[in-house]
Design a protein around this ligand. Structure first.
Ligand SMILES: [Zn+2]
Length: 213
């Protein structure tokens, strides 16, 4: 017969400290007998466990280690999950347009001083503010084309609406001043549609200065 090991209070078994042996428990149909004991976890909490499980390392804590692992894993999943979130690409595109001079949209956004508000630099807060009203296929539109990406200046629009807005809000730079076509139309006193037609065919200089002879 195998010698029954005797443990004493304070013995280190696995990652835990043995306190006192409890009653033997009988497990399953095979009626396997397991020795249980009271242990002290590295976190200070006392807990019951099967001695062999602690000895083999299958049981490493009162449960606190497992809990913190699950928490860590949950956090990883949350960050990882955001990359697959329906709004991730939109969020990342917005950040790039406003902050990365190498982005092809930068000149119309970051280059014109358009920023993403601090709150929305955090993808979680961006999702919190916008996701409840989002429907697949919608695009984020800034109500004031010269305004920032921030809650009160943004709304969801269809792609078609957005294209219309972009046309309406097309920015034209002339002599170092950037204005929308409709602003130039007012300023130059040229009807909007005529000005737009000119800009679609001519360069800015000619579109703005052309006089019928
Ligand atoms: Zn513990």
């Amino acid at each position: 017969m195998r010698q029954k090991l005797k443990y004493e209070k304070g013995d280190a078994i696995g990652t835990c400290i043995f306190i006192e042996e409890g009653p033997v428990i009988v497990i399953g149909k095979s009626k396997t007998k397991k020795r249980k004991a009271l242990f002290k976890c590295s976190c200070g909490k006392e807990f019951d466990a099967i001695i062999l499980q602690v000895k083999s390392g299958n049981t490493k804590s009162c449960g606190c280690l497992r809990d913190s692992k699950i928490k860590q894993q949950g956090l990883k999943n949350a960050v990882h999950g955001k990359r697959n979130h329906p709004l991730y690409k939109m969020w990342a595109g917005m950040i790039r347009r406003c902050s990365d001079p190498k982005d092809f949209g930068y000149k119309n956004y970051g280059g014109r001083g358009i920023k993403v508000c601090d709150r929305w630099k955090n993808i979680n807060l961006f999702i919190e503010d916008t996701y409840s009203s989002y429907v697949t296929g919608l695009e984020l539109d800034r109500i004031d084309v010269n305004g920032n990406y921030e809650p009160h200046n943004c709304r969801w629009v269809t792609r078609k609406q957005n294209m219309n807005n972009m046309r309406r809000n097309r920015i034209v730079e002339y002599n170092g001043i950037s204005r929308t076509v409709s602003e130039w139309s007012d300023e130059l006193n040229i009807p909007y549609k005529r000005l737009l037609a000119r800009l679609n065919n001519w360069d800015v200089e000619k579109s703005f200065t052309y006089q019928k002879k």
